[in-house]
Design a protein around this ligand. Structure first.
Ligand code: FAD
Length: 475
């Protein structure tokens, strides 16, 4: 017999977005059902942020050993036991897993159902034949999957994606990565440091979402570490022969074949909409994902979509941000709207690359009267002490000093961007940053010095210099 459930909210997908909605709804005492067909925690915990950052942490130790002699610390070349790197990655997942577990959510008062959810009609979701859910509101949080480009031969050629790469227990001899976005480059650097030869193939520009001048600093570092990045090429075909995977590429100089031991496809993401019955629910979608308005409502007023499946910036913190907006809209009827100018993102390579708000290119495109303030890491005492002098901050302000955006490339950029995210979200003026007392010696001073340059850069103008020279003559 079919069990019919009538909660206030039914959440589909227990990843970053779905778990946040379910936990918040339960905390407010709202009856909530959460349906998950795979692993609790979704991509972020199992195949994304967590394993990739754990692997990067292992790779960072290799980098630290390699640069130790400059500090007068001599060490032998690191010996990498890749099986233990694998175990470290999975121990980190296991340590975080309880936070996202069925048991924890059950304890919070969420009814967790195992299985694939599918809309039967505009107001009913079915899980298998046994359960029907008729909720007041539905939240689709089904995430995304690796997009496999239509490359001839790919289907028949063994390849890794983010869903399988963290299962490797031996380091690839030569890893070929298709895609030079954040995922491709983070993994490229990690595998290179852990002992693999790495070639990255990119049809367009590496880190295309980011400020090109700052992205170039990351690319240079990867290049100097031996990651071969081939941009502006087309992957024409792939095949496996007896002892190698061959990728045929077409570049400016014609055709060429790159041979490696393993192939990783990191060429974008595809929204998880298949099998959801969205047509039956009257929920519009396209190839980017489910179509939502600024309140994250779909074409069916009872249904919201959040996170990767909602087709915008695909990050865990965006899924969490979406979750907060849906709670405000659906539970409290507050008119909260999404604003992607307030969303930071970080590429966790070494050096890190962090962005909030407008880049210089965005400001130009929007035809804003703006200024660019800069400060380099090498002018910072802490960066000198740590020998982390590569990189800089770029701050974009409006004509009267309103902070519109910031890009940081360098050590701990992902931590430093937080201050600027606050500034952008609160519409602060650059003057506020100059009044902030920053502890010495910290990398945070880099941002303050950039802010001060808003007021002092006039001192370098010929007009001001002439006045200063004149005053000096007067004694
Ligand atoms: C390698 C990699 C590294 C990343 N690193 C970062 C990072 O450092 N920082 C960052 O912010 N983001 C990072 N991301 C992105 C981040 O993982 C995603 O943006 C985030 O997981 C999206 O959350 P979500 O809730 O939308 O989807 P997910 O977390 O993917 O969850 C969706 C869930 O829905 C379930 N589901 C799907 N269909 C159904 C159905 N029909 N019925 C029931 N359940 C269903 C799935 O099984 C899954 O558990 C990374 C991604 C990858 C791949």
């Amino acid at each position: 017999m079919t069990e019919v459930l009538t909660p206030d909210i039914c959440v589909i997908g227990a990843g970053s977005g779905g778990l946040s909605v379910a936990a918040a709804a339960a905390a407010f005492g709202v009856p909530v059902v959460l349906v998950e067909k795979g692993k609790m925690g979704g991509d972020c915990l199992n195949f994304g942020c967590v394993p990739s950052k754990a692997m990067l942490a292992a790779a960072r130790h290799v980098g630290a050993i390699a640069s130790a002699s400059a500090f007068g610390v001599n060490s032998e070349a690191p010996k990498i036991d890749f099986k233990r790197v694998h175990d470290h990655v999975h121990r980190v997942i296991a340590a975080i897993e309880p936070n996202d577990s069925r048991e924890r959510f059950g304890g919070l008062g969420v009814r967790v159902i195992d299985g694939a959810a599918r809309f039967k009609d505009r107001r009913t979701v079915a899980v298998g034949d046994g359960i029907e859910i008729k909720a007041r509101r539905f939240v689709v949080a089904t995430g995304s999957s690796p997009a496999l480009p239509p490359i001839p031969g790919l289907d028949e050629t063994p390849h890794l994606t983010n869903e399988t790469v963290f299962d490797l227990t031996e380091c690839p001899r030569h890893l070929i990565v298709i895609g030079a976005g954040p995922i491709g480059l983070e993994l490229a650097q990690a595998f290179r440091r852990l002992g693999a030869e790495v070639t990255v193939l990119e049809a367009a520009t590496p880190l295309a979402m980011d400020d090109p001048e700052c992205a170039a600093i990351v690319i240079e570092r990867l290049d100097s570490e031996g990651v071969s990045i081939r941009a502006g090429i087309k992957v024409v075909a792939v095949r496996k022969n007896e002892d190698a995977i061959e990728v045929k590429i077409e570049g400016a100089d014609g055709f060429e074949t790159v041979a490696g031991s393993h192939l990783l496809v990191a060429a974008g993401r595809k929204a998880n909409v298949d099998g959801l019955g969205l047509d039956a629910a009257g929920v519009a979608y396209d190839r980017r994902g489910i179509t939502v308005n600024k309140k994250l409502r779909t074409s069916n007023r009872k249904v919201y979509a959040i996170g990767d499946v909602a087709g915008a910036l695909q990050f865990t913190h965006v899924a969490n941000y979406h979750a907060g907006l849906v709670i405000r809209n659906a539970l409290f009827r507050l008119p909260a709207k999404v604003n992607y100018d307030l969303v930071p993102w970080v590429t966790f390579t070494d050096p890190e690359l962090a962005q909030i708000g407008l880049t210089e290119a965005d400001a130009r495109e929007r035809k804003i009267d703006f200024r660019v303030l800069r400060w380099p890491y090498h002018e910072n005492d802490r960066a000198q002490a740590e020998r982390e002098t590569h990189g800089h901050i770029k701050v974009i302000t409006g004509k009267r000093g309103k902070i519109l955006g910031a890009t940081i490339v360098g050590a701990h950029a992902g931590e430093l961007i937080g201050t600027w995210s606050l500034a952008v979200s609160q519409g602060l003026n650059i003057r506020v940053m100059t009044r902030m007392v920053v502890a010495y010696p910290t990398l945070g001073e880099i941002g303050k010095r950039a802010a001060i340059s808003y007021f002092t850069s006039g001192l370098t103008s010929p007009f001001v210099r002439r006045i200063i020279a004149f005053m000096r003559k007067l004694g």
